[in-house]
Ligand binder design. Sequence first.
Ligand SMILES: Cc1ncc(COP(=O)(O)O)c(C=O)c1O
Length: 445
Amino acid sequence: MWLNNILETIGNTPMIKLNRITKNLPATVLAKVDYFNPGNSVKDRMALKMVEVAEKEGKLKPGGTIIECTSGNTGMGLALVACVKGYKCIFTTTDKQSKEKSDILKAVGAEVIVCPTNVEPDDPRSYYSVAKRLEKEIPNSYLCNQYDNLANRLAHYETTGPEIWEQTEGKITHLVCTAGTGGTVTGVGMYLKEKNPKIQVWAIDVYGSLLTKYFRTGEIDMHEVHPYISEGFGEDFVPKNYDMSVIDHFEQVTDKDGAVMARRIAKEEGIFIGYSAGSCLQGLMQLKDRLKKGDVVVCIFHDHGSRYVAKIYNDQWMMERGFLDVKTFKDIVNARAGKKLVTIQPSHTVADAVELMKKYVMDGNGIIGAVSENGLFQKIFSNPEIKNATVESVMEPAYPVVAFDTPVERLGSLITKENGAVLAKDEKGDYHIVTKYDVIQSLAK
Ligand SMILES: Cc1ncc(COP(=O)(O)O)c(C=O)c1O
């Protein structure tokens, strides 16, 4: 048995039970893992449907050009459809999207035009305006417009919804789904509510998007809109694919919480998903008190983690945005279980100091110098008599003193070949030392 082309592998994705992260919830939590589609995202479904409908309506003719504004996933789906059906593809995207996403689109033959993110949708530079202009300029071209093209939600009404119903044998009680164009949540929600109007449909949004406020008040409030880091969902307008009457609740998730949860899903469930899947499950966890025993929750995981390796799966990227709890000097000291810095008086002899190797010289005014193993070795080697001299006469400059909450990453650059270590005072006023070796050990953990 074989399939006739790659498009025949779209849909019929697996439903996978989550076991660890959701273990304390009374409900069964299932993930509809749509990265199993050939383009690694749920959007393959609607890409195929938009082209099929356009062909049927005579809007797309053989040899034509498909144009779309896409953050990558819809583009990937359209590019696969274009390959098989023999169309050209041009995509406009924003500079906020992962570079990997554009590179992948180019790999499957598409042309990608990157436009600025922080401009109004009607600005001629916006990815939306550029796509519209291209459609006017290029003969026999078709702008899919996933936002307002109802073939988008139709794809989910015809495929994703029925699959979820069958895979849960009609037992689903809650659908949880991130919302961007609204195609997935509306299409799936419509189908499921027709089957059982009691099913709760929860849309997950991001802070910085106006969708949640619009859902709650009916107001399009541009004050709600601010740049956010999450990718693939949230909007600064209300696309026509929404039918808010099928949605019971909108929940907002922070950029940090979505990213942290995506990493947990990858590590704890072994499902390597994209940013929005993290936000989806985070949204559910925020609403967990509304669940009861026997509930069957389905979360839609839209895409694969490989497109985010330089972002949420990169520790440096996460730290720079304050998304990872940063280890500090204090954490290194706390890990030593109360061991104190040992000091020596300046009037003691070098011989005493040798006894207390690597201890630090202090007078009534605090740390005034240091006696290091290396420094003393050199001095005793060239003049053995020095052992009777005072510490004061042989000590080296004191180690630099830094704040107790200095991040370990920063300590790496403060500890140089010359000083070899840094000191910091804790809350009680006691000094502690961190050496180059401590930093290496801490970062390696
Ligand atoms: C990764 C990802 N998550 C979520 C969504 C939101 O899905 P929808 O546009 O159907 O609302 C998209 C849509 O592009 C997406 O690419």
